[in-house]
Every structure is written in C-alpha cells, then in structure tokens.
Design a protein around this ligand. Structure first.
Ligand SMILES: C[S@@+](CC[C@H](N)C(=O)[O-])C[C@H]1O[C@@H](n2cnc3c(N)ncnc32)[C@H](O)[C@@H]1O
Length: 366
C-alpha cells in the first residue's frame, strides 16, 4: 500500500480562536504552494496543521515567518507521538527520540500542558517531570546548552495533552515566538492604573527586539494616548520617560498625573489632533475596527506620528476578513506602505477579542 507521510505543525492560539488560527495558516501556506488542513483537536488553544510530504519543514517554515501571522502565537513541529506508560516516562521519551527522531540534538527543553480543560494535577506533574527529564537528556547528549553548540539548535517542546500521551516537537530557532508558547511572563506593576498596561508592555516586547528598545522608546519622546483612561498605557509610556498627551473624557489616575509627564485632554479621540507631530500614537479606543484603522491611517497620512500601537476589536465572525480590510486601508496610506516601515498585528496573550497592531521600522531587515 502506498503510504503518504504527513507532517504536523502544532499551533498555539487563544482558546476559542482555533478556527481563526487554522484558517489563517491554511491560507498562508497555500499561497506558498503548501496545501494542508487543520484539526482543532481536543485541547483548547492547540491546533494541528497537517500537510502531506515534507512541505512544512522544507517549504513552509523557511519561507513563512511567525511574525507574519495574526492568530497563531507560536508553533512547533511534531517529530513523534508516544503513549506514556504509568511507570518510566523519562525512559519512554528517550526511547522514542532514539527510535523515531533524526533531529539531534536540542538546545533546551520546554514542556507544555493545556491552559484549559486538563486534569488539575497535570501542570504540577509537568513541572516536577521537567528537571529529571532534562537531566537524562543532557546525560545522553540530546540536550546541549546554547553556549556549548557551534550552531543554532532547535528547542525540544513536549506537549502533554494528558497523562497518557506526549507529543515530541521541535521549535525552530529564528522562527518562533520570543515567549514560549506565545505566553509572556509579565508581572502586573502594582502602581499601574489598569491591567491593560500589560497589553502595551507585551506589544512592545513582541514587536520590538530588545536591542532596539532605546532607539524607539527612549530619550524623552512625545506620545499621544487616545482612549487613555484610567492610564495603563500612559503609565508604560511615562515609564519609558515619554511626555504624554492622554486623550479621554474619562478620569486619569491621580498618581500618574502627579508625575508631571502627562497632559490630560478631555476630547474626542477621533477628531482631536496635536499641534505638532509626535513620536508615538497609541490607541486603545474600543470602536469599529474600520473606524480605528481610518483614524490611524489619517495620523500617518498627515505626518503626525512615527510609530504606533493600536487595538482593533474584531467582530465575532469573519475576523480574518475584518483584519484584512483594516490592513488594506492602512497600507493604502503611502507613509505606511514605505519599504522600511512595517505593519504587524497579533492577537496577544493579554488580548481578548481584539488584536494589537504595530507600525514602526522594519526591524527584521536590520
Ligand atoms: C479600554 S479603555 C482604555 C484603557 C487604557 N488604555 C488603560 O490602559 O487604562 C477605552 C477607553 O476609550 C475611551 N474612549 C471611548 N471612545 C472614545 C473617544 N471617541 N475618544 C476618546 N476616548 C474614547 C473610553 O472612555 C475608555 O476610557
């Protein structure tokens, strides 16, 4: 019988958005001549994308960068799947690697458990299991620390959907999220006025590589925050030393106003304009996505800002289409369609129904 080998890429997304992530990848892969399908699967937030032959490893991952995707937060390539015994689970992983995996060795180990719907003690088991497993992998030469390897190695990601099954996967170095599984470990700053503050922090950490932070965020820049109340995003801008005009009819946090870095303007963010151009425009107004895209495009068309982070609240259905309409409107603006400027969007870990967009220099080229 003719056997067609199939490769599987596991996608991580916000639970509830599995179809959006799967459809996005099906479409993007097809543009590159890789024809696959997705299966939402049993675990909320995990989607398997499958394609016949070796198209995923050979054609897709070298040509499609994760940063081009909106609903997929991170991805890993399946190498082998195994039924875990009740006893020696470390030994069974070593054996499966020896017998079924030709990628060798790895630079690090990560074990993933479902964020929702898994048995309570699975996460505790995974945490306890990781160190003996990593030790055994190091002892057998499967794990080589980055500083000891002359070449970039993939990371070994083990997905544990249950106590009974393990999916052994590789995460490609250079084409993965800076946060394992797309989940950043950010601590809520006690003095920040709202939890939304974590959204802007995550956006910057995702869209701006660390070595470019000072160039884009430092040095006493000017920013406008549309829909600023009570001030979570403004707090982040002030923390970077910026002078901020916060536009919102709602109240701003008193301690933040006492910093002297914030001017509060009670006005409609859709019509208010600054007298002089600023460095940053951020916007967290919850409104129709097309209206927000039009607003942001207008600021860039009029040369009023250089960089931007803004949210688009997507509808319940046809989210991809809604994003593409906004993207097309934004890219119709000459200032945004320049070769050195990049428009990027992602459904962040801290986003709910919305996605967060970034406009700034194309840092992948530098
Ligand atoms: C999600 S909240 C913003 C939270 C804020 N980014 C933070 O971190 O604390 C949305 C804000 O947009 C404001 N808003 C809604 N429509 C607006 C408009 N047309 N102009 C200015 N602000 C508006 C609301 O008053 C609300 O405070």
């Amino acid at each position: 019988m003719l056997q067609v080998e199939t490769q599987t890429l596991w996608l991580f997304c916000r639970p509830g958005f599995e179809a959006d992530a799967g459809q996005e990848l099906v479409a993007r892969a097809a543009e590159l001549g890789v024809f696959g399908y997705f299966v939402p699967g049993q675990v909320p937030g995990w989607v398997s994308f499958q394609a016949p032959g070796h198209g995923l490893g050979a054609e897709l991952l070298p040509r499609l960068h994760l940063s081009e995707l909106v609903f997929v937060r991170d991805w890993v390539m399946e190498l082998a799947r195994l039924e875990l015994p009740g006893g020696d689970r470390v030994g069974s992983v070593l054996e499966a690697l020896r017998e079924e995996v030709d990628v060798f060795p790895f630079e690090r180990l990560e074990v993933h458990v479902p964020a929702e719907g898994a048995p309570d003690d699975l996460a505790r088991f995974a945490r306890k299991w990781t160190s003996p497993l990593a030790r055994a992998l190091r002892d057998t030469g499967w794990l080589v620390p980055r500083e000891e390897s002359p070449v970039n190695l993939p990371r070994l990601d083990i997905l544990l959907p249950s106590f009974e099954q393990a999916l052994l996967c590789a995460s490609p170095q250079g084409n993965r999220s800076p946060f394992v599984g797309g989940v950043p470990r950010l601590r809520f700053p006690p003095s920040a006025p709202s939890r939304s503050t974590l959204k802007l922090e995550e956006a910057w950490k995702l869209f701006i590589p660390e070595e470019h932070w000072y160039e884009l965020l430092g040095g006493g820049r000017h920013a406008v925050d549309l829909g600023a109340s009570p001030g979570g995003w403004t707090w982040q801008l002030v923390k970077e030393g910026m002078l901020v005009t916060a536009v919102d009819n709602g109240p701003m946090d008193e301690a933040l106003m006492a910093s002297g870095h914030v001017e509060h303007v009670r006005a409609d963010g859709f019509t208010w304009r600054p007298r002089r151009a600023v460095d940053w425009l951020v916007c967290d107004i919850v409104d129709k996505p097309a209206r927000v895209a039009e607003l942001i495009a207008g600021w860039f068309e009029d040369g009023l800002c250089r960089y931007s982070v803004f949210n688009l609240k997507l509808p319940m259905k046809q989210r991809q289409q809604a994003w593409e309409n906004c993207r097309d409107r934004l890219l119709a603006c000459t200032a945004l369609n320049a070769p050195d400027i990049r428009l990027q969007a992602r459904q962040l870990y801290h986003d709910r129904e919305e996605i967060t967009c970034f406009v700034g220099p194309d840092l992948r080229r530098s």
